[in-house]
Design a protein around this ligand. Structure first.
Ligand SMILES: [Zn+2]
Length: 125
């Protein structure tokens, strides 16, 4: 009782159609290769929106039809967070466990976030 209603999913953030093969799209996204559009052409990453629960949504636009798609990205797992914590403990620059050792994590407030997938993987030291 008296609890504020949960923010609706449509709360102003850009949205798109779900991709028919989100698993394949995610794989390509993490590998940094071009994503094929389900309607022909390629998908360009328009932006990444980090969500409050630690997950994120990537907004993609088809290069030929301009149709927008969205790709949900799962929040960091315990293993991934542990990896980042270990890197910090070792004194090395933590990198994105999904994007690989070339993609450094950036400090956003108290969090370490991958700019490509929008996922916070740990707390800044
Ligand atoms: Zn990443």
């Amino acid at each position: 009782m008296g609890r504020a209603p949960k923010k609706a999913d449509t709360g102003g953030r850009p949205s798109g159609l779900p991709l028919p093969d989100p698993k394949g799209a995610l794989k390509a996204f993490y590998a940094g290769t071009r994503l094929e559009s389900p309607v022909g052409g390629f998908l360009e990453v328009l932006g990444v929106h980090s969500l409050e629960d630690g997950s994120a949504t990537v907004i993609l636009e088809c290069s030929t039809s301009s149709i927008r798609f969205e790709l949900p990205i799962k929040a960091a797992t315990r293993t991934e967070k542990a990896k980042v914590k270990q890197a910090l403990a070792d004194g090395s620059d933590p990198t994105c466990p999904r994007h690989g050792s070339e993609q450094r994590l950036f400090r956003e407030g108290s969090l370490l976030v991958c700019h490509l997938c929008g996922i916070p993987f740990g707390k800044a030291a």
